[in-house]
Design a protein around this ligand. Structure first.
Ligand code: TXA
Ligand code: MG
Length: 349
């Protein structure tokens, strides 16, 4: 049986000690970060890490992110950190940046899926930092969800699918950002390659005077047998069972609305739902579509915070098809669109 500790209002010392103790004993714990919930275990304990792969049903070739609470831990697991990497770390940690570095030997092979590199981040969340600090070991933690499902941004969203596989759940309420961290690596020519976009945007990196580019697979499907920089890119992600279509962003509201109107008139036999901006709700209701509003069109943080929870709920809406309104590909909008395009399995309107 798993237990739930409620740290929403405050972190309770005795329970925190218990979480730390359990992690040291090789148990698996679900805990909040500022991005999404993580399912974590002692990154230096092979058997504990195996339990994470089993709980998620995660492919063995997909490496885990290692979470740390101080720079001493960084130096214990990674080496050869160069000046650009140091600058990124100084600016973006604690925070939603996972940096791929050369791995030291102390990590078991399952954490890194046998790669010579390891993805590391220091989360900006007091509960997560306290757990890592109290356990005194780096914590390997992928997003808390069964593989292929949207990541969990509140405990209620993931409890049922993980309750039989996890020892302790730590409830910290809804996560602030709602989308997983930016995964990046610094290439030999000192350019940052963004492998998975997140809250730390390409604009944020360029603003530091560091060259940066998006990996070519961020908005593109990976072909069978194609080589990719990050194993996670190959795997199916976030997609509901209900057919879901991405409506491309346009600054002109009427262009977006008319596309939907046209689609509806060509598909009168289908029960259609739409995850839409507040500004468009009235228009879609007039067309008889089931509307789930997400936030205002320009409120990218509001959209980011709610998107996974809404994607999780699509299959409960009693509809044949769901349209999701896309956002502008700027700042965290790039990350939102990266997740949506996968959730919609590259179906675009
Ligand atoms: O915000 C987050 O990053 C959350 C929270 C819990 O911290 N974690 C998370 O983990 O999203 P996960 O496992 O769902 O995603 C990790 C991604 C995967 O796409 C994986 O392929 C990539 O990071 N990754 C990990 N290590 C890597 C490495 N050495 N080289 C390339 N990509 C790596
Ligand atoms: Mg994940």
């Amino acid at each position: 049986m798993s237990v739930i500790y409620n740290f929403k209002e405050n972190i309770k010392k005795e329970e925190l000690d218990n979480v730390a103790q359990n992690i040291k004993m090789g148990k698996v714990v679900v805990f909040p970060t500022e991005t999404v919930y993580g399912i974590g275990a002692d990154a230096t304990n092979k058997e504990a890490v195996d339990k994470i792969f089993i709980a998620k049903g995660r492919p063995q070739d997909n490496p885990l992110i290692v979470h740390i609470s101080n720079i001493k831990m960084l130096n214990s697991i990674a080496e050869d950190v160069n000046d650009i990497e140091k600058k990124l770390i100084e600016n973006f940690w604690p925070g939603p940046m996972t940096i791929i570095l050369k791995s030291k030997d102390i990590l078991p092979k399952n954490v890194t899926a046998g790669l010579k590199t390891v993805g590391i981040r220091m989360p900006d969340n007091d509960i997560a930092l306290s757990i890592i600090e109290s356990a005194g070991v780096p914590i390997a933690a992928p997003s808390a969800n069964v593989s292929g499902r949207p990541s969990g941004t509140k405990l209620e969203d993931v409890y049922d699918e993980l309750k039989d596989k996890v020892d302790i759940f730590v409830d910290g309420g809804s996560t602030n950002i709602g989308i997983e961290s930016t995964v990046l690596k610094v290439e030999e020519d000192n350019t940052v390659r963004i492998l998975r976009p997140g809250k730390i945007s390409i604009e944020d990196i360029l603003n530091l005077g560091i060259n940066a580019k998006l990996d070519e697979h961020i908005f593109k499907d990976v072909k069978e047998g194609e080589k990719v920089e990050s194993p996670g890119m190959k795997h199916r992600h976030y997609a509901p069972k209900t057919k879901t279509i991405l409506l491309e962003y346009n600054s002109d509201d009427s262009i977006m609305i008319n596309k939907v109107k046209e689609y509806i008139s060509e598909n009168t036999n289908k029960k259609v739902g739409i995850i839409c901006f507040e500004e468009h709700e009235n228009e879609y209701q007039k067309m008889g579509i089931k509307c789930i509003t997400i936030a205002k069109k320009n409120n990218l943080m509001g959209i980011s915070k709610n998107i996974f929870s809404l994607l999780r709920n699509i299959d409960n809406l009693d509809i044949d098809l769901c349209i999701v309104e896309g956002v502008e590909k700027k700042l965290i909008g790039t990350a939102i669109m990266n997740r949506l395009i996968r959730a919609c399995e590259y179906n675009i309107l």
